[in-house]
Design a protein around this ligand. Structure first.
Ligand code: ZN
Length: 439
């Protein structure tokens, strides 16, 4: 058995403090491109070895082109007397992503065309981007905007749109076979915690764990700016995507809602694996059908690729009131929720790796368990919360080369790990032998 880090309650815990990593990354100004993305990847790379890819501006990727690189030094709206009312230095959400540079005095009416607020949530700053818009804008609390009644304001955005690159991070942990599990997250949002940082923190911790082990499957971790990052990776790896056996997009995993799993387009084994783990996790959970909207599953599951990739979330993007606002902050994500999400995904990865076919060496009737010391072995397992006699009987009955361990766990309605432990006993006793990988 592999070493596992466990908390006093027996639950699995990550090797790093997920909330602390999110806290460290929170202030960095990320966007589709730019130095904030590089800085973020440099922080992740302190924990796991990352390959950093730079794809030059203008590079065609599938039907798109890599956009200009965006960087920003400062931005503000000030009164004519010089009092700063809105300052990028206070919160990087104040500036619409990809805002072009501007220095001007504008009437309030002119400025209004470039101001974004949330009248229904007047104390929050919205998150807005204008990636391909050739525009600029400020985001501020509606309450502040309503108080801004001067005739004119001074606006200043010191930003740069230049020929640069799109940056993404990749870590591949090879397995014993050439089949891979793809784990992806986004790295393009500025100071938002649940949307992006929860996924980055959990993917980093999972990468650290997988990098310490050699498993049957390889594990590929991708830290990507939304859409264009996934398109760039697919474009550059088209000849290798058939190695992707399973994939999971991670997002919004730090809030306290129940889990939501969005199924793959094709109805892949990952769907069954995630739902099995969630069912036995004790957490509230719901399965959502595939739709061509959301995160990068819409690229991985586009018809020319149709990869077996689902998306795991707690709160569903676009549906919780904090989404894409300044309320998606470090208080909104909870350390215990991040840890729970990590533990669920860790179990999914172990399940995918261990889901093999077995067959009985002699399938005629039940084998005699006592003669092989299996009653004694089962009693030992029971004390450790492992396999029961019934689990062993399920394995011995369904080990016909056609049922995988997950098939057995679902049929027996018990956690996968118990069936896997029972299979381990049967294997040691020489009653079963491995068949081909099931999935
Ligand atoms: Zn988002």
């Amino acid at each position: 058995m592999l070493d596992r880090l466990t908390s006093p309650s027996g639950a699995r815990v990550p090797e790093i403090d997920l909330h602390a990593l999110a806290t460290e990354l929170f202030p960095i100004n990320r966007s589709l491109t730019g130095d904030g993305v590089r800085e973020t990847l440099a922080v992740v790379a302190r924990h796991v070895g990352l390959d950093i890819h730079e794809v030059p501006t203008g590079t065609p990727v599938l039907d798109w082109h890599v956009p200009s690189e965006w960087n920003i030094r400062r931005a503000s709206i000030a009164t004519m007397s010089g009092r700063r009312l809105v300052d990028f230095a206070d919160n990087n959400l104040h500036v619409m992503g990809y805002s072009k540079p501007v220095q001007a005095v504008l009437s309030r009416a002119e400025l209004a065309r470039h101001v974004h607020t949330l009248p229904d949530q007047p104390d929050l700053i919205p998150y807005r981007t204008g990636y391909y818009a050739d525009d600029w804008g400020f985001c501020l609390p509606d309450r502040l905007w309503q108080e801004m009644t001067d005739d004119s304001y001074r606006v200043d955005i010191d930003s740069e749109l230049s020929h640069g690159a799109l940056t993404y991070g990749e870590l591949f942990v090879p397995g014993r076979t050439n089949k891979e599990v793809l784990i992806t997250c986004h790295i393009c949002h500025p100071s938002l915690a649940n949307d992006n940082l929860s996924g980055i923190s959990i993917a980093t911790a999972l990468a650290m764990r997988q990098a310490r082990q050699t498993r049957r499957l390889g594990y590929r971790f991708l830290f990507l700016p939304a859409t264009i990052g996934a398109l760039a990776w697919l474009d550059r790896n088209e000849s290798r995507v058939d190695r992707v056996e399973h994939g999971l997009v991670l997002t919004c995993l730090g809030d306290s809602s129940g889990f939501h799993y969005k199924q793959s387009r094709k109805g892949a084994p990952i769907d069954r694996a995630v739902m099995h783990v969630l069912k036995h996790s004790g957490h509230r959970h719901e399965s959502l059908p595939f739709s061509p909207y959301g995160y990068d599953e819409r690229q991985f599951c586009s018809p020319g690729f149709d990869l077996p990739v689902g998306c795991l979330m707690r709160g569903v993007h676009g549906t919780f009131p904090e989404y894409h606002t300044s309320a998606d902050n470090l208080d909104f994500i909870k350390p215990e929720c991040l840890d729970e999400s990590y533990a669920v995904i860790e179990q999914v990865l172990d399940l995918l790796d261990g889901d093999l076919l077995y067959e009985r060496l002699d399938g005629r009737g039940e084998p005699q368990l006592g003669r092989r010391g299996l009653y004694r072995a089962i009693a030992g397992q029971r004390e450790a919360g492992g396999a029961t006699q019934m689990d062993l009987l399920w394995v011995l009955n369904l080990a016909d080369g056609k049922h995988s361990l997950l098939d057995m766990a679902i049929r027996a309605d018990v956690p996968f790990a118990r069936i896997e432990a029972a299979a381990g006993l049967a294997l040691e006793a020489g009653l079963i032998r491995p068949g081909a990988p099931s999935l």
